[in-house]
Design a protein around this ligand. Sequence first.
Ligand code: NAD
Ligand code: FES
Length: 295
Amino acid sequence: MYKILEAKELTSNIFSMVVEAKRVAKACEPGQFVIVRTNGDSERIPLTICDYDREKGTVTIVFQAVGAGTEIMAHLKEGDFFHDFVGPLGCPSDLVKEEISELKKKKILFVAGGVGTAPVYPQVKWLHERGVEADVIVGAKTKELLILEEEMNAVAGNLYVTTDDGSYGRSGMVTQTISDLVGEGKAYDLCIAIGPMIMMKFVCRLTKELNIPTVVSLNPIMVDGTGMCGACRVTVGGKVKFACVDGPEFDGHQVNFDEAMQRQQIYKTAEGRAALAVKEGDTHHGGCGNCGGND
Ligand code: NAD
Ligand code: FES
């Protein structure tokens, strides 16, 4: 059992929790994720790690209440427990494997969209702690939906906040700010974009034109998180990959986003999973007892 030490609503329907999970805190790196279950028989929910404290043995998760599982999670309070808190899962960000001297030579731009700001934060913080200052664009639909601004401001080289409706910071979507910054003479060697799939698709379309290598973090539907069920299958560079073990980070210019978005929709229904089973062959499409799929 994993105790919730802190639970708060960051903004409408977006929650942050600090969880006591010593082994995860000891081993995790930026870019990795955990799978949580509130009870022994509840849905498995994959969540990117927003922060961790190795000394205190804590991990911070941020999530939006969008379905039954996250809605139940949203009602948990300080002192409650998660039944499972499995991780760290997935590969750490490539950044943590690079020489710091090499990273210091690079101009890095992070693009964070909505709840995707949470997984961007540990990467920017990790770089900042090693003397690498990255530019960060954070986009939200409205001022009210903006999260982690103060925290990000403390670790970003330059922080550019933009809202779709212009209610705070710059006006427009994150792609507008990328174009503006490049138009103002900024040059970047690497872009890391994390947010909704549609945002990552359009960021990649733009950065391809601008010739900026781009990494994205994919969050397709996941079930086991260990490469066995096939739920998180994506196509990258024409090859089948599983986001939970091969990712979640991939070369954004190689990702087939249209297929990933279509698959995410199809996977929600039993008919859809059955259709995928016919199309994709012997990777698992349900029947595990967790996703409600066919046997
Ligand atoms: P949102 O819809 O509010 O979008 C956030 C920002 O993305 C917008 O403000 C805008 O700047 C940009 N954006 C959106 N559509 C765009 C487009 N067509 N072109 C260019 N920019 C665009 O985001 P949200 O509601 O917080 O997102 C929730 C989604 O994010 C969920 O689907 C969730 O699964 C996903 N998510 C992904 C990750 C990840 O690791 N990739 C992490 C957390 C959440
Ligand atoms: Fe990736 Fe099952 S969640 S293979």
